[in-house]
Design a protein around this ligand. Structure first.
Ligand code: GDP
Ligand code: ZN
Length: 311
């Protein structure tokens, strides 16, 4: 039998069969994945083959090759990585202008991650019902213009007032989307609004249990009733990038990528070099000052050398 892993608790894997049934599976023997050492051999999003028997339940025997995957480096900087999810068609960034305020710095870090994995990214600005004040409304339109202009589809929505949700349904339909955004921006509320069958818990979610201990949360894949899947990553604050070098950062900014071949020096970092096409575009206002600032911030990120990006 075949299916896709929708949830994993470490030793058990919840698999959704192609017929829409759910089976709890264990792993058969040892699985090894080429190239990277991972703490989890099977991840949410993996397409697996399994045997089923009434007594023992499901046993995963094979994993199909992954189209892509997003990893998180272990906190202790060991060489072990944790695969958050695999076979992702698109990254959906959920943000809000107010309550809470998502900074372009946060959005740009996620976009850079998506670019590095070659995963298309979409940005949703939720809670537009709270953007009536002139300042918030200006900010909303500024960011919509900026990101749409860069080629990232961006939409203003309100999960609460069900504004713009038809577009969200169109975007999610028949795709596997990784949902990302700060806690409190309305990811659960949005999913419930587009698919009321999901009944996800909303409101301030504590990342600590009663004893004050940090609880480990796992990615979970939700099948959508209109087709497609959404992967939610509660509590996961950072996506790691393997083999991500400083010299690569500019390639992850499409507007820099378009200009970098016009710089005088082939190894231009676009920071101080004469004849830099990016700096010239920044001066002319063709490149956003905010984007450039975030480029510098990512470039100067000390963690980059430790091969990780923190958002
Ligand atoms: P999550 O942590 O990203 O999953 O956020 P939740 O879905 O739990 O939402 C956090 C809070 O924001 C909840 O109290 C929601 O009711 C509220 N919320 C979600 N969407 C909207 C919206 O479009 N407008 C307003 N005003 N509040 C919203
Ligand atoms: Zn340059």
């Amino acid at each position: 039998m075949k299916g896709v892993v929708v949830k994993s608790t470490g030793s058990w894997y919840h698999v959704r069969t192609d017929e829409g049934k759910f089976v709890e599976c264990k792993l058969k023997g040892q699985f090894r994945i080429h190239g990277i050492k991972t703490t989890n051999p099977v991840a949410v999003g993996d397409r697996v083959h399994f045997d089923f028997d009434e007594k023992t339940g499901g046993v995963i025997t094979q994993i199909d090759e992954r189209k892509n995957y997003i990893i998180r480096k272990s906190i202790n900087l060991s060489k072990q990585a944790h695969i958050i999810a695999s076979n992702i068609d698109q990254l959906v960034i959920v943000s809000s202008i107010v309550k809470p305020r998502t900074t372009p710095g946060f959005i740009d870090r996620l976009l850079v991650t998506a670019e590095a994995y070659h995963i298309p990214a979409i940005i949703l600005f939720n809670k537009i019902d709270l953007c009536e004040a002139e300042k918030a409304n200006d900010r909303l339109h500024e960011l919509l213009d900026l990101y749409n202009g860069l080629g990232y589809q961006s939409f203003p929505i309100s999960a609460l007032y069900q504004t713009g949700l038809e577009q969200v349904v169109d975007l999610l339909k028949d795709k596997t989307s990784l949902l990302s955004g700060h806690s409190g921006v309305g990811k659960s509320a949005l999913l419930n609004a587009v698919d009321p069958n999901l009944r996800l818990k909303t409101g301030a979610v504590s990342e600590y249990n009663e004893k004050g201990k940090h609880t480990t949360t796992f990615a979970e894949m939700h099948p959508l009733s209109f087709g497609g899947f959404v992967i939610d990553t509660p509590g996961i604050k950072e996506f790691g990038l393997v083999h991500f070098e400083k010299q690569e950062v500019h390639e992850r900014f499409p507007e820099f990528r378009a200009l970098m071949h016009q710089c005088r020096f082939g190894n231009c970092t676009h920071v101080h070099e004469p004849g830099c096409a990016v700096l010239k575009a920044l001066e002319n206002g063709e490149i956003s000052a905010t984007r450039y600032r975030n480029y510098l911030s990512i470039l100067n990120d000390e963690n980059l050398d430790a091969e990780r990006i923190t958002n």
